[in-house]
Structure formats: C-alpha cells, structure tokens
Write a protein that binds this ligand. Sequence first.
Ligand code: ARG
Length: 575
Amino acid sequence: MKVLSYQIKALFVEACLSAFPELSQEHLKKLVTIEEPRDKSHGDYACPAPLRLGKTTGLNPKEVGERIVDNFPKDDRIGELSFAQPGFLNLKLSKAFLEESLKSLERDFNMESNEVYEESSRPVIVEYPSTNAAKPMGVHHILTSIIGDSLANLFDFMGYKVLRINHLGDWGTNFGKIIYAVKTWGDKKKIHEKPNQEFARLYVKFNEEAEKNPALNNIARNIFAKLEKGDKEQEAIWKWIVYESTEDLKKLLKRMNIEIDLTMGESFYRKITENVIKEGIEKGLFVEGKEGSLIFDMGEGRVPALIRKKDGASLYLTRDLAAVKYRVETWNPKYIFYIVDRAQSLHFEQNFHICKALGYAQDTKLEHITFGRMSFAGKGMSTRKGNVIKLEALLNEAVDRAAKLAAKKGTELPRKEYAQLAEIMGVGSVKYAILSQDRNKDLSFEWEKIISLDGNSAPYLLYTTARARSILKKSGEEALKGLPVLTEEYEIVLVRQMIKFPEVLNRATLERKPHIICTYLYELASAFNRFYNNVHVIGANTKLQKRSRLGLIKAFLNQMESGLGILGIQNVDRM
Ligand code: ARG
C-alpha cells in the first residue's frame, strides 16, 4: 500500500532543492508540507511551500511558486500545477494516472498488499473489553469493546500481528461479598440463566444487608483473605462465578461480532505481583507508607501510588504492573493499547510511570486510549443506582428500529433473512454511531440519526454497498480487461477519492482513530451515489466505458468491504 502524499511531498522537496540549491535538504523536508484542499475542485493536494520559502528567502511567494514549478521533476502522475494566493501550489493528478490507478484498485484491497511502515514482527496488544466478572457491562465497556475491536482490526489490516486480550476484573475484595451472597441467597438455576444480572442483584442485596448488619463486611473480608491464601472451598465457588460470568460475556461479544484472543483475568497475575513487589523493594522504589502499607513516590506535588494495602491485600494497580511485566517477557510487544474510560487516567499515569522506574517496558510503548462520555440526546447514562443502560437492551432497541426502517423502505425478504438484516443493521448502527465520531468527543446518541438511510450512518453505507454489489452481480462481472478510460467528471471524482484510501488508513492508524475511516467511507459512498445516479453503467455508450464503470464499482466495493470490515460491521447482500 503506497501513501501517495509521501511521494508527492518528495517531488516538492526535490523541486525546491533544485530551485534553491543554497537550502539544505533537511531544512526543506521540514518546511515542505502537503495538505488536502477542503474544496476538491482546487486539486488533489496543496503545498504551502511558496508562502514559507517566501518568508525565509525574502522573495515574493508568487515568484517562489514559479521557480518551484519550473524545477518540478517530470512525472506522469502530475496533471496540473498552479499557484494560488497567498502562497500555495495546487496539484491535480493526471487523468492517465487515475486510469492506471483504477486498474490496481479493482484488485482486492486486502492485507497481503499492505506495506507497513514500521517493523511489524513484534505484536501489538490491544486490551479490551476488560469488564468485571459478576457484573453487567457498564456503558464505558460498550465503548471499550467497540473501539478496541475496531483498532485491533485496523492494526491487523495494516499488517501488524495483533493480540486481543481481555483483562477481566476477576479479583479483589468485592469477590468476598459476592461469594458470601451466592452462598447465602444464590439460586444456581437463576444464575445460570442470566449470570451477570443475577450476580449484580446479589451484590446489591449484600450491600443492603450489610447496612443493617455491618459484621457482614468482616465476614466477606475474611472470605476474600481465605481465597487469596488458596482455600479450596472458596476457590471452587469463585471459579464457578467467573466461569458463568465469562460465558455470559462471550454471548454478548458474539452477538456484537467482536472477537478476543485471550481472557487473562487479574487473578492470573497474583504470583507475579509478589515478584514485582520484591523487585520494587530491592530497588528501593517501594517504601513503607502509613501503617505498614507500601507506596511509590510519584514525585513533587503528586499523590504517592499505593502498591500494597496495610492488611497485605494486593491491588488493581499492582496487578497491572505485573501484567506489563508478564506481557513484555512473553510477547515483547511493540505497543500495548489500553482502551479504557478516561476516569482511569490517573491509574494509567501511575502504571506507566512506575513501569518505567522498574525498567519494565523499556522498548514497549504503553498507551492509554481514552474516549468521551456517551449520553442519550442530552440525558446521561449513569451506571449507578438503577439508571443502568444494558447493552442487550440497547442492541434490541436498535434491531427493532432497524426492522422498522427496512419495512418503511419496502424491503421484501424471506422472514429469516429479514431478521438477519435487522440484526446486522441494528448492531452495525450502534457500532457506527460510536466509531464515526472522534473518540475524544462526547457522544450523544440520537436514534433518528443513527438508524437512517441518509446521512453518515451504517444503514446508508450498507445500503449503498448492497446496491453496488447487486449491479455487479446483474452484470455478471464481465471480464475487466484492458485499461479503463475515464470520461465523466463523476467517475474522475470517484477515483480521486479512492486513491486516498491508503493514506486515510495510515492516518487512522497513527492517530488510533477509527472515525477517520468512517468520514472517508461516508464521502466515498456519497461520491459513488452521485456517480451511479448520473452515469449509465449497463447502458454505457461503448464497451470500454461499460468496462471502466464496472471496474469503478468493483474498486468501490473492495474499499467499502475493507472499511466496514475494519469497523467490525457485517455486510448485507440485499436490502
Ligand atoms: N476492569 C476495569 C474496569 O472495568 C478495567 C480494566 C482496564 N484495564 C487494565 N489493564 N487496568 O474498570
């Protein structure tokens, strides 16, 4: 996969170097940048070099621009090069190059053809959904799952080896309470039917009872202490709780078409945690805090990090240190991405800082990938006190609404296929709503926008893709032989859009932002619909034109399928 703008930039640098031999290449490489004009009629790329060089050389930008144009290397890809105030050079790609490109765009846009710009033999660990055992998913876990899965798909597509790890919260003092509640009030059959919902109910019951009878808290603490010491009876119940809870999670993930490779709960790191503590003490990094606790000094003006509680119980943070140590020793990953709510920023700051001090992850980049809050058209979606948004209910509502939308559109399909369509559309719409917005911004969920056939939504993209697929099927995918010819502006615009896909993927990868792909796909689908509504394909004037237009549709489908695949949205054949 070639990033065209990198190559165009090299041509500009070369031209500037010949025009101003007194300037160094290093200097020019920094000075020359390539932009994409907002208004695409200006060209495919814009370069502000005349403006910038005008400042360093004292010449008038127009004169600089002319000199660059005169010295521009001869290249078949370049169509037009023109100066624009206050000091830009606008570049239009040549038609011959677009026609040539279309040939390769028709071929599968698959992983094998990708050229990765980084060493990729070391894996990337993407951590999600990292829910908590014995609890239903919280709102932030929904975002974690969907964003995490899509980033993992993206890195996979770009040729990295990806390891998707679920860092399940299956350890901690709350398990003492859950074990007690399950033993005292639990109904095995009921739990088995709806595990996480039932565990959550039992947990609430425990807290209510403990308010009346505070001694229960001590009992629960003792149960967890026993569990930490390896007591067989507690361990058997705990294992069963975690098992039921994980099966429940798996079902939900399956419905969302989200995959994970490994579930490695916090409990896995118990032993390693002891080694981490030993190392930290030996290095003089972990020191005694209040009443026999163990702390790490985060430096001037910052709260110290608690490494071990005064009662000796291990902690969330310490288990995370152990996880880094284990992952680096086992896989030597290039990156570890933690897709986790921003409420845990301090936690990850401490985690990364202490890992550095301990010498873990010297050559592994640890990144906390955050996201904004999600609300329903202004109303918050708190997970506290009853006001819980359950993922399952959210998906069910989306699927219902999708079925209604399809009915309104007049979709006629056999019952089973209809239900499948609604499921794919509904789940896809929820995913797309989350992915299509810059993840750092807060997200307001509006059903009318999300489940709609026009606008930047999953149904719109799915519908356009299904449309393209059906044309190709009808035409029998006639052999795409010979070099395509582009005659209509609508065709040219579409190809100009499509050659940008590699750099869009590249940018999304570098910024870890799936919405960049969504924006691209939306623009692509719009350009495609304009083309399709205005240009005859099957009824084209010449054979060559028909061939080209089918080629365009094939290329469009390749990109759409790749893009939707990265977003984790399934395709539909008919709508
Ligand atoms: N289980 C935690 C929670 O739900 C998130 C875990 C995030 N990952 C990590 N390595 N700490 O809040």
